[in-house]
Design a protein around this ligand. Structure first.
Ligand SMILES: NC(=O)N[C@@H](O)C(=O)O
Length: 179
């Protein structure tokens, strides 16, 4: 939840993240036979989400390191075409999200922060504004995204071209990320 210009990190739950996308790491459904799932003495596997990279999109797997411990959130990023999944592998990530308003700008009343721990993650819908921090040390993460969105973002972040599939928003008043 957030008070004025402060957003408090909350535990990740399926319900709490539903306005922004899907929680990953939901438990094995019981009975496994009732879902897209399998379980035997050697293994369990069960569906978390069917990823959608958007029309014409190629799903891409990225390895991502986050290492910023900056508590002030002054910039948010959004991808307009694709879902984006983020799964921390080596340490926790503090993931800040906000929905889009009808005009495509961040709906700051919906700003929330979730603590993502290894073994769980999120898949954001297109249009979900976000920023990521770590509480202490660098965390390596697996990311599912759209190949063209990554190429477009790299060009944009290098200053080579304006972004066409992603946007950055500078907040008039930065938020303090509280844990
Ligand atoms: N690679 C990529 O798209 N990264 C961003 O979404 C980000 O927030 O890290």
């Amino acid at each position: 939840m957030h008070a004025s210009n402060q957003v408090i990190c909350q535990p990740l739950t399926e319900h709490a993240f539903a306005p922004y996308g899907w929680m990953l790491g939901k438990p094995l459904p019981a009975p496994a036979a009732a879902a897209v799932a399998f379980s035997n003495a050697a293994t369990d596997f069960w569906q978390q989400h069917v990823f959608d990279a958007g029309a014409g999109g190629e799903t891409e797997i990225l390895w991502v390191n986050y290492r910023s411990t900056e508590p002030m959130i002054g910039t948010l990023e959004v991808h307009d075409l694709t879902e984006q999944a983020l799964v921390p592998l080596t340490g926790p990530v503090l993931h800040v999200v906000a929905r889009s308003r009808d005009d495509g700008s961040p709906d700051l009343a919906s700003l929330r922060a979730f603590a993502l721990h290894p073994g769980q993650g999120v898949c954001m819908r297109p249009g979900c504004w976000h920023a990521s921090r770590v509480p202490e040390r660098e965390a390596a993460c697996l990311m599912l995204t759209r190949r063209s969105t990554t190429a477009d973002l790299v060009r944009h972040l290098r200053g080579e071209a304006d972004g066409t599939e992603s946007r950055l928003a500078t907040l008039a008043t930065p938020f303090l990320l509280a844990t």
